[in-house]
Design a protein around this ligand. Sequence first.
Ligand code: PEP
Ligand code: MG
Length: 575
Amino acid sequence: MQISGIGIGRGIAVGAVLRMAEPIAAPADLPRAADASSEASRAHSALRATADDLSARAVMAGGEARDVLEAQALIAADPSVAVEIDERIEAGQCAERAVFDAFGSYRRTLEGLGGYLAERVADLDDVSRRVIARLTGVPMPEVPTSDLPYILVAHDLAPADTAGLDLEKVLAIVTAAGGPTSHTAILARQRRLPAIVGAAGCRELADGQLVVVDAPAGLVVCDPSATELDGARARGRLAAARDALVAGGGQRAQADGAAAQGAATKPGGLADGTRVPLLANLAHASDAATAIAFGAEGVGLLRTEFLYLDRHRAPSVAEQTERYVEAFRPFAGRPVIVRVLDAGADKKLAFLGHEHEENPALGRRGIRALREHEEVLVDQLRALVAARETTGVELGVMAPMVADADETEYFVELAREVGVSRVGINAEVPSAAVLADQLAPLVDFISIGTNDLTQYALAADRMLGSVAAFQDPWHPAVLRLARMIGAAGAAAGIPVGVCGEAAGDPLLALVLVGLGATELSMTPALLPEVRSELSRYTLAEARGAAEASVAARSAASARAAASSALSLSPRSVPS
Ligand code: PEP
Ligand code: MG
């Protein structure tokens, strides 16, 4: 039997399954048994204990996990959460259900924002479950422990679970939920753990069952034959050897200091000396240090949505400036591209006046919503200019979801008026690619958002696991759109970046350069591998691989065509 999902990384692991208990079920909607004040104090002490526990875990964890755990502890300690729970208890609910519903309403806000933020709901759900587990006296499902190495199978992993993950023991992760940008996927990439996410079929796996986790193929092979095992082990060894070769930088560079920084963090470029700056995608100011450690030459995408979450009013210019200064500081003198607020159109941000929409991804998203609330956009631009003045970064600002020349002109004029000197667009709506020859002369740069470009080109909701097979940026339709943008950028003499997840796939990164991308921005942990792949080929070779892939008829054949054009074995078999 095989179980399919979305593969993360290139690794292949063989081992026995160890399952994490299923998530705690929703508590029944029962009326409270005690009076409101004692029920509320029960809820408060569970919130407090959960906050303390998460803070303690944060101290033990490092890197991104620590930041997420601290953020979770703050959520548990947030007085407005307690107030919302109190109101529900006052209205007659028991503490467990009040906690569940209060967190549920925050969850819907987050989900409505779409994309990266929607995938953060796991963090919120985890806090909610921890509080409910304390109230009901049920143990929280934790990552299992074992003396032997194992394949961790779970519904999904929350940051609190992953913080203490024993990397000596966990060979790979398989989760039923999650998408390619979920927390589990990000963690797996950072730690170079093979993972399959969105593998609904993994619920069938039993403790002790032998499996092969084949991340490049997005497959879990259950009860493999002796031949399958031999093949998987050989490929696993090759993948590990390749990893060891390219991963001389990043985390190791942090630990080993300047000596290790050398090749692994040198500026990005092709074998013939063509420069391809390699930049980082950041979602929080706290990601900056990791990005520098992985050799980021700057920031290609700072998602600013984090500043607006759960707000009933937009943050002030001063508050925003302070947060941007924090994010910019490590990049003084370097390029930093910030994307203005990309709110979903699901009436979730009260101050953007959203109404209910049947298909929010096709609704008032990004620049459309901001244009109707120009004061929010102007405040954000002012804060960005102020932070640039304080830190001395080379600031570029781009607008999300721009569809045509009218929207481009609107944004460019406004941003210049406020004092932004490098203004660009995030090309992620197919119309922007089709019209790229009209848009490129209007801007200073374009950055291709392959995540949304793929979702819209293939009409496949990026949040929907059931259409995940269509969400492949290798699809020749997506590659052709990228080629149109690359050509328009070259004709206008402006840089064309890629900031979607596709830029972090080493072979696809090379193809994108062949299609005209001049810089690439990605999750910091992916930088070393992309840097290494680019350095092996010339621009002529990248263009040859690009030509071969755009002529293909499917995503899989585009990938295979690029591999064979570069005289590599197919990418799923690293050599
Ligand atoms: C994209 O769509 O590719 C992108 C970079 O933006 P986000 O993932 O934030 O929608
Ligand atoms: Mg996008």
